[in-house]
Design a protein around this ligand. Sequence first.
Ligand SMILES: Nc1ncnc2c1ncn2[C@@H]1O[C@H](COP(=O)(O)OP(=O)(O)OP(=O)(O)O)[C@@H](O)[C@H]1O
Ligand SMILES: [Mg+2]
Length: 141
Amino acid sequence: MARSRFDSASPEETRAIGKRIARLLREGSVVALRGGLGAGKTCLTKGIAEALGVAEEITSPTYTIVSEYQGTLPFYHIDAYRLRGDDDFSALGGDEILYGNGVSVIEWSEKLPQSLPDHAIIVEIAITGGETRRITVRERP
Ligand SMILES: Nc1ncnc2c1ncn2[C@@H]1O[C@H](COP(=O)(O)OP(=O)(O)OP(=O)(O)O)[C@@H](O)[C@H]1O
Ligand SMILES: [Mg+2]
């Protein structure tokens, strides 16, 4: 299991770390984000999406679970916050998305332990201060 760690001191740095993480991604990749409210999951997702050629700015509408964008590959931004769990996600067709040929980034992925493919890259964002974050990336070799 390869692991890397980044320290961020601003939203801009978190977004730039998202761009670096994007280099690990290809067709079918899944990024499982962990970290509480306001950790910076959406901020990091914006950087990933930008690096993957999504021209639109990613947003986080309150009641939207899955937002699809077009980049060099289909790009899915999933927010599991309002889901009860894996069954809810499956009922929405979530498995087809994660096992399809796009790239998926999941906020609140802790809620979907059964749905995550084995090849999911786990990114944990810990709040270490007002504007500081520690970002840990774990990928299977
Ligand atoms: N180093 C940092 N990296 C990312 N965000 C930061 C940082 N420092 C401060 N912030 C602030 O923290 C907030 C992060 O918001 P963001 O929407 O990305 O979090 P989130 O993890 O997606 O939250 P939610 O669980 O509500 O979806 C923003 O207001 C941002 O300005
Ligand atoms: Mg968010």
